[in-house]
Ligand binder design. Structure first.
Ligand SMILES: [Mg+2]
Length: 209
């Protein structure tokens, strides 16, 4: 696969695109991708009523994308090749490491490598800097299990198993939870990516997890 310097990440929950965000490639190889989302990055975000979250809204609703920006500190995103999860390092606006986040997901890369479609599997794991971890959104994960736009009970069991596999890495302080990248500072020469055009072709299945 070619290696672009910016990859557009399409985050999808059920049948809805929740966010389209361009991320700079920090590392790319057979092990997977490491991406950087800088504070202020222009992005597309699903329009939902104030104070709500997409996970709590009906999947058949219409949530058109609107231009917005990344309104938090930056994030590093590790997408290990072939794995059913990503690991996010969250940083403060002052670029201090804040926490890890394990997002259970499946991914499909576009043939040119410029886009990755990430289907969220709702269940997540939050991890503090001292590696105390907790499942997140278990109730919503259970409520969605068996719904046709989400996952079957068998798939839910596999998603949970993938999460448990990652908790063993956390508990043993094994990469990527060994402190690697916690001191990450993006080079000042990196400009913010541009707002990606919408209407990119759907990724073709067959690659990624
Ligand atoms: Mg998630």
């Amino acid at each position: 696969m070619p290696s672009p310097s910016v990859v557009t990440v399409h985050l999808i929950l059920g049948s809805t695109v929740s966010m389209v965000v361009p991320a700079r490639v920090v590392e790319s190889g057979e092990d997977g991708l490491l991406l950087w989302v800088a504070p202020g990055t222009p992005l597309w975000r699903a329009t939902i009523p104030p104070g709500t979250h997409l996970r709590d809204l009906p999947p058949e609703g219409s949530y058109p994308l609107r231009a917005d920006r990344w309104r938090h500190g930056g994030a590093l995103i590790l997408q290990p090749a072939g794995a059913g999860h990503a690991v996010w390092w969250s940083f403060t606006m002052e670029q201090e490491f804040r926490s890890w986040y394990v997002n259970l997901e499946s991914r499909v890369h576009s043939p040119d490598g410029a886009d990755v479609h990430v289907t969220d599997q709702e269940l997540d794991i939050t991890v503090t800097p001292d590696r105390a971890w907790e499942w997140k959104d278990e109730d919503s994960f259970a409520a969605k299990t068996g719904h046709p736009v989400y996952w079957t009970p068998a798939e839910a069991a596999a998603i949970r198993t993938e999460g448990i596999r990652v908790t063993h890495l956390i508990d043993s302080a094994t990469y990527p939870f060994d402190g690697t990248w916690c001191d990450f500072r993006p080079p000042e020469s990196w400009p913010l990516p541009e707002l990606p055009p919408l209407g990119t072709p759907e990724a073709e299945p067959g690659e990624g997890a």
